[in-house]
Design a protein around this ligand. Structure first.
Ligand code: GLU
Length: 590
């Protein structure tokens, strides 16, 4: 949520900041802004809307020091005024996170005569730095940070000073090193192609950047050396190529997400087995799509290991005082590894003595830093806000974990099984025609995604995907629960998408299909169960066939279909699937 970036050096900061913001836009896009210093003056440009709106405004700006922000509003509506940077006196500030005690801080400042312009929590930071500033920007930032509660990555500049001061706590921030220039940003992709080396700042760190130096200090304000690491983000991966949307490009990469996750897993196999020796219970946690992957993973652990496995959304887990013993493993699943609720759930699990396993697509993230074992998801950079290939990568990673720990044939055949399903997924993506169903969904008044067991887990994800990118309302439901309530909403404007990949449960789903068509609902079936089509009621509107596959991995094939369906529905309705309204990727706030 929110992307921030800064530049200091010989190039034109306006261009560098604009490019950085374009790459960070998936983190938020309701408004954007930038501030520059030069000639003793501060120039601030900010607007409601996407980053591209800044381009004409940046115009002739020439500066060598700048900071920028692309916003996903938490406090204060998206507007020009609430857009960052926020300014107080000669100070300009960008902030990612939430200042939880902002109201109290604001009240104190207002009482002393300070005038606020915005409704954001972030503006207090600018006023506090301004209040404490007496020639040393970093010292003023340090004093300010001491008063802040919540999460933040902050960059500050001051008119007349050729430096950028930064700090972070529970929000990511990296420094990138150049030749006669230095950068800072929320994440590595923002600096792809700009910096070969980066430093990931830790919670409570401060840093001061000039064009020729970077000095890092810890929370006690002692100067420290944080290691430099290669920047692994490759700029070419971040482009859309010939595709109309990142979402489509990334769905097409579903097969690779599975194969590459398999390759990456080999390096952690032994460590995982070792760490798991005394474990007798598993809790899987995550948010949104990652939580839906957790539901699939739970079934793998239960079925393959016969081990009790529970799931909990991370936002619930962290506040419900969970019962965790030393023999519990908590698998925390997050695409970015920065999802605030998931990171805090993992932290809590760790404090309570659990083995913490991070399942993440990010190799450098808070989650990675606090986990005992990191199980890589190698989906590659995912730019579309709606998760697609990271979901299938997470499923592959969880399958590999459970199969490895189960041992025997499952363990021996796990890589083969995954490459087979990846090859089938290629075919599914190439051959599935979802356009008829997408048209039906686009005209519907509501949608249901229904299934049983693993198909139910996928039904939840199918429904979420459709809602996220097309805004068509709907629910995911266990097929058996239909008659306990939702059937009341079924009529000729409702579409019910059944996912049926488990042949033992197929007959039970057929009943539910019958119940829908009997009430005039439009039933659609996604299936790979032999012989089912002849048994379905004639009134079923559409059947999408997928190839037969391993009972536990068919979910990956059906996932590609529901993702394509969501994508097509969004395009039929002229929505931008890459940047759905009100949403952003990498949810670093609560
Ligand atoms: N809380 C700040 C705002 O609403 C920053 C939001 C964020 O980082 O997502 O402007």
């Amino acid at each position: 949520m929110c992307g921030i970036t800064g530049y200091i050096g010989g190039k034109n900061a306006a261009k560098e900041i604009y490019e950085g913001l374009r790459r960070l836009e998936y983190r938020g896009y309701d408004s954007a802004g930038a501030a520059f210093t030069g000639g003793g003056k501060l120039t601030v440009i900010k607007r409601e809307g996407k980053v591209e709106k800044l381009l004409p405004l940046l115009g002739e700006t020439v500066s060598h020091v700048g900071i920028g922000h692309t916003r996903w509003a938490t406090h204060g509506a998206p507007s020009d005024i609430n857009a960052h940077p926020h300014v107080a006196g000669d100070i300009a500030v960008v902030h990612n996170g939430i200042i939880e005690n902002y109201a109290k801080l604001k009240a104190g400042l207002v009482e002393s005569g300070v005038k606020f312009l915005s409704d954001t929590d972030s503006e207090v930071i600018a006023h506090l730095i301004n209040k404490y500033y007496s020639g040393d920007l970093l010292a003023a930032l340090q004093k300010t940070a001491g008063l802040l509660e919540g999460s933040y990555a902050i960059m500050a500049i001051c008119a007349g000073e050729d430096r950028i001061a930064v700090t972070c706590k529970k929000s990511p921030l990296i420094i990138g090193y150049g030749n006669g220039e230095n950068y800072c940003a929320s994440d590595e992709p923002a600096l792809a192609g700009k910096c070969d080396e980066i430093t990931v700042l830790e919670d409570g760190d401060f840093a001061e950047l000039t064009s020729t130096s970077v000095n890092v200090y810890n929370g006690d304000f002692r100067r420290i050396m944080r290691g430099r690491e290669p920047n692994l983000a490759v700029s070419v991966d971040l482009t859309m190529g010939d595709y109309p949307h990142y979402m489509l490009k990334e769905i097409l990469e579903v097969p690779q997400s599975v194969v590459r996750t398999g390759t990456a897993f080999a390096s952690v196999e032994e460590k995982l087995k070792d760490a798991f020796k005394d474990v007798d219970r598993v809790i899987l946690t995550g948010c949104g799509t990652a939580y839906h992957a957790a539901l699939v993973g739970k079934r793998y652990f239960e079925s393959f290991l016969k081990m009790p496995a529970e799931t909990e959304t991370a936002g619930e887990f962290r506040y419900k005082n969970p019962v965790i013993g030393g023999r519990t493993a908590v698998l925390a699943i997050s695409q970015s590894g920065e999802t605030a609720d998931t990171v805090e759930a993992a932290r809590l699990a760790r404090e309570r003595g659990a083995l913490v396993i991070a399942v993440t697509n990010s190799h450098r993230s808070q989650l990675v830093r606090l986990a005992d074992v990191v199980v890589p998801v190698a989906a590659g950079p995912e730019i579309c806000v709606a998760a697609t290939k990271s979901y299938t990568g997470q499923i592959a990673a969880l399958y590999l974990c459970a199969a490895t720990l189960a041992g025997g044939e499952l363990n021996e055949g796990k890589y083969r099984a995954l490459s087979h399903v990846a090859a089938l997924a290629e075919k599914v993506i190439k051959n599935s025609d979802v356009s008829t169903v997408a048209n039906m969904c686009s005209r519907s008044r509501g949608t249901y995604f229904l299934g049983r067991d693993l198909d139910y887990a996928l039904a939840l994800e199918g429904s979420l995907k459709l809602k996220e990118v097309s805004y068509v309302p709907g629910e995911g439901y266990p097929a058996g629960e239909l008659k306990h309530g939702p059937l009341a909403l079924i009529y000729n404007r409702t579409v019910a998408v059944f996912i049926i990949t488990d042949k033992e449960l197929a007959v039970k789903c057929e009943n539910a299909v019958e119940q829908v068509v009997t009430r005039g609902g439009k039933a659609v079936v996604i299936t790979n169960v032999d012989g089912i089509v002849s048994k379905l009621p004639k009134k079923v509107k559409h059947v999408i066939r997928i190839p037969k596959a391993d009972k536990y991995l068919s979910v990956i094939l059906a996932a590609a279909v529901v993702q394509l369906l969501a994508y097509r529905t969004a395009t039929v309705l002229n929505r931008d699937p890459d940047k759905p309204r009100n949403l952003a990727k990498s949810v670093t706030v609560e």
